[in-house]
Write a protein that binds this ligand. Sequence first.
Ligand SMILES: [Zn+2]
Length: 234
Amino acid sequence: MSIMYRIMNSLLLLLIFVPTQNALGAKWPKPTATFLTGNLPSGGPVSGLPGDTQTWQDTAREAAINWNAAQGIFTLITSTAIGNVINCEVSGDNSLSFSYTECDNSSFGDSLLAVTRNWSPSNAPTTIIESDIIFNSNKIWGIYDGTLVFSVQDFRRVATHEFGHAMGLAHTTSASALMFPTASNTFLPTTDDVESLESIYKEEKASGGSTTYLLLLALGVWRLRLISMHKKAD
Ligand SMILES: [Zn+2]
């Protein structure tokens, strides 16, 4: 990685602790994106909760469906294909995966449940061309709705929250919204979340971006945006 890349990355890591208050201003050229779930483990959680009968991959699909059912402006598609996953690099695939470390093998720290990295070309910083969601393997994960269970993180609501970032949503100051930076008993998108999404895409008229995408991939110059979900204070 170039020195320029590393500088940008270290600066943007600060965003973890300074949640933005408004939409990030970046969006997909078309209001749809396909995420690959095949890099998630084939099984499911071992948390002792009833959701242990479910799989990571099916649950990730359900998280996407949570968004699709709540609004009609952006369509999240999931595929069970195995993607090209390279931490902190553009890979060409939108993927979900678990990892014990963050970028460059740095620790997630205790407060981070997951991170979403949205990538934009350096000369088109408001255009998202790739998004990768990485869950913190150091946490104990389960699958459940409703009230948060102490010490067991709910994979589905965190995935739904991260999909919000993946579509371009920033954190909200509304404590009852899914996009609040701290995990809460809210496990589905709320009116606040949907209105934020509509504010980004309501005027969207898709323009073909595939040619530009491939050209910029060859140039290898990227802007990294890093946004994340925090753990509720114990
Ligand atoms: Zn977040």
